[in-house]
Design a protein around this ligand. Structure first.
Ligand code: NI
Length: 183
């Protein structure tokens, strides 16, 4: 339980969050990454995490709709996922994102999605997700495409969250300046 957290969270507006992630090979290193991502996700009390959120341009996402390590039956790791179809009624839900601490916004997404992906053992699956899991998969898949919560927000939500967004930008600029001063 007290294993170290290998990865810090990458926060908006870090440019790595805007890059399209690249396909990965399924090997022992990948399985280690998946385990480390689950640890990071639980430590941050999230229900989903994509590799760009730990600074890696890799097509890997993990999720657990229960958000608890004690309920591993909800764990899913999707490697090289491809959304084949989005189906069903558009549904609205208030989403958060570990890369946008303190920010929440209503996002409309189709109720179901059909996804082809590899599991960490390299087996290929084609699965139709629905409900909360479909919501998480679509949110995390966005991360692999460089699409962020801020892009999916209504103008009203963007306005309502403007101070928090400005604060994140200021925090990032400060961090960059500090890093530059060290060089
Ligand atoms: Ni997110």
């Amino acid at each position: 339980m007290s294993e170290p957290l290998e990865y810090d969270l990458t926060l908006f507006p870090d440019p790595v969050l805007r890059k399209r992630a690249e396909p990965v090979a399924v090997d022992e290193g990948l399985r280690e990454l998946v385990r480390a991502m689950f640890r990071r996700m639980y430590a941050s009390e999230g229900v989903g995490l994509a590799a760009p959120q730990v600074g890696l341009k890799q097509r890997v996402l993990v999720l657990n709709e229960h958000g608890e390590a004690e309920r591993p039956e909800g764990e899913l790791a999707l490697i090289n996922p491809e959304i084949l179809a989005r189906e069903g009624e558009p549904t609205v839900y208030e989403e958060g994102c570990l890369s946008f601490p303190g920010i929440y916004a209503e996002v409309t997404r189709p109720a179901r999605c059909r996804v082809r992906y590899q599991d960490p053992d390299g087996n290929t699956h084609e699965t139709e997700f629905e409900g909360f899991v479909a919501r998480i998969v679509q949110h995390e898949y966005d991360h692999l495409e460089g699409v962020l919560l801020v892009d999916r927000m209504s103008a009203a939500d963007k306005h309502q969250n403007r101070l928090a967004l400005e604060e994140l930008k200021a925090r990032y600029a400060k961090k960059q300046a500090k890093a530059a001063a060290k060089r």
